[in-house]
Design a protein around this ligand. Structure first.
Ligand SMILES: Nc1ncnc2c1ncn2[C@@H]1O[C@H](COP(=O)(O)OP(=O)(O)O)[C@@H](O)[C@H]1O
Ligand SMILES: [Mg+2]
Length: 458
């Protein structure tokens, strides 16, 4: 990413404004001198001078308007108009109720388009309209990418607290789809999905947005083999250098070690860690690091990737929660990642390890990952249109899924004490090695979820 770029494009715009101010000053000075020279008692002269000023002022205003519409304005100035009513949509079925919104499938009664409506939960008594909902709308408005869910409009219900985000309807979320799959995705399919996720993430990061809750239930997938990143409820703009932000973001299993260790200065790298966890999950059909608490999550990360040391992650010992963790000084940093994916090529393991670097500074960026040799070697990524379609739960073609883990609540504006961050029990989970086989695949004729199922789009 170009470090000089900034969301508000300060440097370019400041220069432009300074230039215009200077011109204006010179013009006024000239007009004043002319006026003095011609004498202030001449009615005609005064009128013409005034008309001159008025004309150029108007010209200036027109130029300003042009400047705004041509995109040179300091900020995006969207057209202001009132929201339509939710009554324009016919409610078809309930899709999912999360902690921060209820999602329905609906039909636009004027066009017949099938859409998803997310009703935002507004806590009237305590917090009013949540900042996170504003951020979700802001992020969705700012991002336009084929692998990011498309925002159609915002509509309102009868009461002030009924606000709905209208999005394109997408048949599946990856979590729910994978729960139904008997075997993991093929390597060629994993590549396509990962590549799409990386390009959506590169687009977000280029636009100064961190998602902060990338996980399989927030990745939608349509019946054309396309991933759509959704749920920007925890997303926010970042700056460079990073401003302090809450570390209580990202669902536990996908949370980067620097967040678990309580850092407040973090950036896009937290999304890249989550993508590493998603990559592992796509390969095995099982979450890569399933901790039961923050401390257990860290423990499992270390079991999988070895212990960090001062050379692999300089400065980690000074992070706020590092003191609460007993990292043996004499333990050699050693990773067991390779043995977990015995069928993966070296390039695949290399990409996974680069995504799961302890030190955020060493973690691969989305742009770099897109150019990784993993995507250029056999098996090549499968063409999205070659993906078969599956019965959709959201379309009520099959049962709803088992619940998936929730994002942390603090970043949504509710208090969670710091002591809770690492204070849970240290449960042992079943942690058997999982093998990702290149020959396994979903698309064999396996009865329940047979290949080639065609969705009835009404
Ligand atoms: N555009 C959509 N099309 C179809 N289903 C969707 C869409 N957006 C969300 N969903 C479903 O609703 C679930 C919850 O939506 P999400 O935006 O993640 O809300 P929450 O903040 O409650 O997690 C998703 O996991 C997915 O199953
Ligand atoms: Mg979600």
């Amino acid at each position: 990413m170009d470090k000089k770029r900034h969301r508000w494009r300060d440097e370019e715009d400041d220069a432009l404004l300074a230039g215009r101010r200077k011109q204006e000053k010179e013009r006024k000075k000239k007009a004043k001198l002319e006026k003095k020279g011609k004498g202030s008692n001449s009615e005609h002269a005064t009128a013409s001078a005034n008309s001159g000023v008025t004309k150029s002022y108007l010209e200036e205003k027109v130029a300003e308007i042009d400047l705004t519409s041509s995109g040179l304005c300091r900020f995006k100035a969207p057209e202001v108009r009132s929201c339509r009513s939710v009554e324009n949509y016919e409610r078809l079925n309930h899709i999912e109720e999360g902690a921060y919104g209820v999602v329905f499938r609906g039909r636009d009664m004027s066009t017949g388009d099938i859409v998803a409506l997310k009703k935002l939960k507004v806590d009237k008594d305590q917090h009013g309209f949540p900042i996170t909902s504003l951020r979700e709308i802001e992020a969705l408005m700012a991002l336009d990418h084929p692998n990011i869910v498309n925002l159609k409009e915002i509509v309102i219900g009868g009461a002030l607290d009924q606000i709905y985000i209208v999005m394109e309807f997408v048949e599946h979320d990856l979590k729910s789809l994978m729960t139904e799959m008997r075997e993991p995705f093929l390597q060629s399919e994993v590549k396509t999905l990962l590549y799409q996720l990386l390009s959506a993430t590169a687009h977000m990061h280029d636009n100064w947005i961190i998602h902060r809750d990338l996980k399989t239930s927030n990745l939608l997938m349509n019946n054309k083999g396309m991933i759509k990143v959704a749920d920007f409820g925890l997303a926010r703009y970042f700056s460079d250098p990073a401003a302090p932000m809450t570390p209580l973001v990202v669902t536990l299993w996908y949370r980067a070690p620097e967040l678990l260790l309580g850092t407040k200065q973090y950036s896009t790298e937290v999304d890249m860690w989550s993508i590493g966890c998603i990559f592992g999950e796509l390969l095995t059909n099982k979450p890569l690091i399933e901790g039961s608490s923050e401390i257990n999550q860290i423990k499992k990360i270390f079991e999988l990737l070895g212990y960090p040391d001062d050379s692999s992650w300089p400065g980690f010992r000074s992070l706020p929660n590092a003191k609460s963790i007993n990292i043996p000084k004499d333990r050699q940093p050693k990773t067991s990642l390779r043995s977990k994916f015995p069928y993966m090529t070296s390039a695949g393991v290399d990409l996974l390890l680069r995504l799961l670097q302890f030190d955020p500074k060493k973690r691969i960026t989305a742009q770099e990952a897109l150019e990784h040799s993993y995507f250029k070697e056999d098996p090549m990524p499968k063409a999205p249109q070659a993906f078969p379609s599956f019965p959709s739960k959201a379309y009520e073609e099959r049962k709803r899924k088992a619940p998936s883990p929730r994002a942390p609540v603090a970043a949504h504006g509710f208090e969670v004490s710091d002591s809770k961050l690492l204070g849970f029990t240290d449960d042992e989970d079943d942690d058997k090695p999982i093998l990702a086989s290149p020959t396994s695949g979903l698309f064999k004729d396996n009865g329940q979820l047979g290949a080639g199922f065609q969705l009835r789009l009404g």
